[in-house]
Design a protein around this ligand. Structure first.
Ligand code: FAD
Length: 506
């Protein structure tokens, strides 16, 4: 289609994971659809991802994964203390396996259902990349390519480099969207329904500061996927939508190391001794593979930072036995590349490398976040950790290695004593995938006013509407943000199309 159409039944703002899914779902129900996407591609942040949550899928049955909608629902509602919209969660989980099938019917292949870490559930449906049978970073971009092709075949008009500026309403009803074309021309495009799918404000440090209190680049190093600048939330709030308190999808990272020097990073993300700047332990390091819990605990510490520490003796153990914790996405099992990476890191490559969390110029030059030292005193001088306390902490930790961890009850096999040689420390900070939530919706993804009334014809989905997690993302059920994005997008698309066919719509 032309890309210059200015009238449709439904205009979708944002062609990311939720927006492009909504477009296909609405078009399949017979609606005419325009997607306005301010960037040059669909898929949004999800192009960086690998797969999404589903329960009771064919893949899980084939892999003998014992997961049901009922169990996942109960677990999730317990996890969120029933602060989540139970009807929306139920719809999302209930639809999730069918969404996998629906995508397969378009030609998407899935490798199978994966865990994210040992204690998590096997709910992460990782997309297969052509010619490979191994989970691969950014594999989900294949899914969005297929959805985009399907959208075009279904007559959806995708307008790239077109930015939505305002949701237009008359007498409380949606009438259109004010858009800005690439050449700066402003057009009022007309429609009966608007679906907002702009991905939150992960790339807007001002909003992050205002709503979350973090200063990006100082005490937060979240992914800043270009384009997700909070436009949708601001447009929705201006159009009279109710607000919900947004949160960050918090994890943790070692800036300039995590996505660049993967062997260093994964070795330092083992259940090693972790201390804060005062030299005290504050976490049972066994939980470090749950990056959300670790991020939460680090965020409580002075300067919102913490250090994991090992020595050559511990490194030797990892060399002999392999790493205790292995992740599907980084897939690092051994310390084979330790020496070469350490050499490269200290030769200054860290500041020049662009890890995913360092996509912005303002973070290009950073101080060191990985340290090597010949003595505890030197390590403390380099890191700023309080020496006397760290010495005492290490003493107690070594005793625990020969007895038990009476402080945080860490499993004995993970308490490895410090026996000497060089010391290594990695400095960690809260990180994250972006923001979550901010606009009030009901279980049909209809946008609500502060009084809880529907704004006819206005829908929101994906990150903008993802208020289901409460205070902390649920990594136990991995794939859950993309899962919410594609399922809420699908529901919003189908519901908007159904609304246009209903008596409610005159
Ligand atoms: C590195 C990384 C890896 C990830 N891996 C996974 C994973 O494996 N599994 C998982 O569950 N989740 C994962 N996620 C999270 C997942 O990507 C998001 O949950 C998902 O992309 C959210 O979808 P969305 O549609 O809300 O936003 P997005 O996919 O970000 O799309 C938003 C779109 O809106 C457009 N837009 C914004 N403002 C405007 C405007 N004014 N006008 C027009 N267009 C606009 C943007 O350009 C963008 O294309 C990952 C995230 C990152 C950053």
């Amino acid at each position: 289609m032309s890309g210059n159409v200015t009238e449709a039944d439904i205009i979708i703002i944002g062609g990311g994971a939720s927006g492009i899914t909504a477009a296909v779902a609405a078009a399949e129900k017979g609606a005419s659809v325009i997607v306005v996407e301010k960037g040059g591609a669909t898929g949004g942040a999800a192009n960086m991802g690998m797969g999404f949550f589903a329960v009771e899928s064919e893949q899980q049955r084939n892999q003998l994964a014992d997961v049901s909608v009922a169990d996942a629902f109960k677990f999730f509602m317990e996890y969120t203390h029933w602060r989540s919209d139970a009807r929306l969660v139920r719809r999302y989980f209930g639809q999730s396996a069918d969404t996998v099938k629906w995508m397969e019917s378009m030609g998407v292949s899935f490798l199978g259902a994966y865990k994210y870490f040992k204690e998590s559930w096997q709910t992460w449906h990782v997309v297969k990349t052509q010619g490979s049978n191994a989970p691969a970073e950014r594999a989900a971009s294949n899914l969005y390519r297929v959805l985009t092709e399907r959208a075009a075949e279904s007559g959806v008009d995708i307008q790239y480099f077109t930015k939505a500026k305002e949701i237009l309403t008359e007498d409380g009803h949606v009438t259109g969207v004010r858009i800005e074309k690439e050449d700066g021309e402003i057009i009022d495009a007309e429609c009966s329904c608007v679906i907002v799918a702009t991905g939150g404000f992960g790339d807007n440090p001002k909003m992050i500061k205002e709503y979350m209190g973090y200063e990006w680049g100082k005490d937060l190093y979240s992914f800043r996927i270009p384009g997700v600048t909070g436009d949708g939330l601001n447009m929705l709030w201006s159009a009279g939508a109710g607000r919900t308190a947004p949160v960050m999808e918090l994890t943790y990272t070692t800036p300039g190391v995590t996505d660049v020097f993967k062997t260093i990073s994964e070795t330092m993300r083992q259940p090693n001794l972790m201390v804060n700047l005062d030299g005290f332990r504050f976490i049972n390091e066994e939980i470090m593979n749950n990056t959300v819990y670790t991020g939460n605990a680090i965020a409580r510490q002075r300067e919102r930072t913490a250090f994991s520490i090992i020595d050559e003796g511990i490194l030797d153990t990892y060399k002999k036995t392999g790493l205790d914790y292995v992740t599907v996405h980084h897939n690092i099992h051994s310390t084979d590349k330790w020496e070469s990476e350490v050499k490269r890191y200290f030769s200054g490559e860290a500041s020049e490398s662009a890890g995913l969390s360092m996509l912005h110029d303002d973070a290009a030059k950073q101080p060191d976040y990985f340290f090597e030292a010949d003595s505890l005193a030197e390590l403390c001088e380099k890191t700023g950790i309080e020496l006397a306390n760290l010495r005492a902490t290490m003493g107690a930790y070594n005793e625990a290695a020969y007895g038990e961890d009476t402080l945080f009850f860490k499993k004995h096999k993970y308490v490895k004593s410090f026996t000497g040689g060089k010391l290594y420390a990695a400095k960690h900070f809260p990180a994250g995938y972006g923001s979550l939530g901010g606009v009030a919706v009901n279980d049909l993804l209809e946008v609500l006013t502060p009084e809880g009334r529907k704004i006819p014809g206005l829908y929101a989905c994906g990150t903008d509407a993802c208020g289901i997690f409460g205070d902390s993302y649920c990594f136990y059920l991995p794939g859950n943000t993309m899962g919410f994005a594609v399922n809420s997008g699908r529901m919003a698309g189908m519901n908007a199309a159904a609304y246009l066919d209903s008596d409610e719509f005159e």
